[in-house]
Design a protein. Structure first.
Ligand code: NAD
Length: 306
């Protein structure tokens, strides 16, 4: 298979690195000049659980010409529309395009650029970081679930097999939207709150007021999720959030890293902002999500990011 990773930041490098260990061809696509130069000159350097260096082709999305069998989308959410435009030339009739972005609403964006038969959606709990251009930091284990928008799992069985050859623990999920909401709930309660309060997950969950805030945001996510998707189990997702908060208690979530540590624009519009949008459409009030979205937008504006 010819696999492109469209958006080869931290997570794209994890997928690119692990897939490079299979017999499939992998090409990284990215627009960050220093990252392209570093990987082209020195290979992709990997530290963390393994120390390794792999030679992988990397180019800008508009420079790719060969028709893909699979394109894995891993840009940040606000980079997705441009990425979908830039990869048009490598999408053939049988190309599958899989989104593994965090957050909500990406299938809707994909439908604007792709035929329904090309679209796959998924969610992953693998983690990855970048220590600098061309330097991926990979720790821990994870998994991913994917679903085909048209047809069943049989049509994409070779893709799942390839992911499993790469040790990525993939499975087909007939109701992946439930898993997407579950992850969005985790991110939606922890990410913007820790960014605004400049705290770790443990610090947030360790105070009564912090936990109260988390619960209000959670209630809004669940009300909107249940209006949209089947199988949303409020109690089970809450247990999952509490377990995650304990396992990751010393961590600053990715939105804290993006906004506070690296002064980068966040994915808030695809998490709490998306819940506000969907809540309005469904007649469900979402005041806590609105407030925390406004606060993140305000901080982004103060930093000149919007
Ligand atoms: P990332 O910020 O590492 O990379 C996204 C894009 O931004 C890439 O094109 C990258 O080259 C570019 N970029 C990164 N740092 C840059 C810099 N300093 N200057 C210029 N460009 C830079 O994002 P990610 O963590 O790989 O996330 C991609 C998607 O995967 C997001 O939707 C995210 O929520 C999701 N995700 C991430 C993780 C994770 O652990 N990183 C886990 C699950 C899901």
């Amino acid at each position: 298979m010819l696999v492109y990773i469209a958006g080869s930041g931290a997570m794209g490098c994890r997928f690119g690195y692990q897939l490079s260990k299979t017999n499939h061809r992998v090409i990284l696509l990215d627009n960050w000049e220093d990252h392209i130069a570093a990987i082209s000159e020195n290979g992709l350097q990997v530290t963390g659980d393994v120390e390794d260096c792999v030679r992988l082709p990397i180019m800008k999305p508009t420079e790719a010409t060969e028709i893909a069998d699979l394109i894995i989308l891993l840009p940040k959410a606000d980079q997705l529309p441009k990425m979908l435009q830039d990869i048009r030339g490598i999408i053939g009739e049988n190309t599958k395009v899989l989104s593994l972005l965090n957050g909500l609403g990406h299938a809707t964006t994909m439908r604007r650029y792709l035929a329904q038969e090309n679209i796959m959606v998924g969610v992953t709990i693998w983690l990855a970081g970048l220590k600098g251009p061309g330097q991926a930091f990979l720790q821990g284990t994870g998994s991913l679930s994917v679903q085909n928008m048209v047809g069943d799992g049989d049509a994409v069985a070779p893709i799942i097999e390839m992911f499993n050859e790469a040790g990525l623990n993939a499975s087909y999920d007939d109701n992946v939207i439930e898993a997407i909401w579950r992850k969005a709930c985790v991110n939606g309660v922890m990410n913007p709150t820790c960014a605004v309060l400049d705290c770790t997950i443990g610090e947030l969950f360790g105070t009564e007021a912090g936990l109260n805030l988390v619960q209000h945001i959670y209630d809004e996510f669940i009300a909107v999720a249940q209006s949209e998707a089947e199988g949303i189990d409020k109690q089970a997702i809450w247990v999952y959030i509490m377990e995650t908060s304990k396992k990751a208690s010393s961590h600053y979530p990715s939105m804290h890293q993006d906004l506070i540590q690296h002064k980068r624009r966040t994915e808030i519009d695809y998490l709490n902002g998306a819940v506000v949008f969907k809540g309005k459409r469904a007649g469900i009030p979402t005041p806590y999500c609105q407030m925390i979205t406004d606060m993140i937008h305000a901080k982004e504006a103060m930093l000149g990011l919007r």
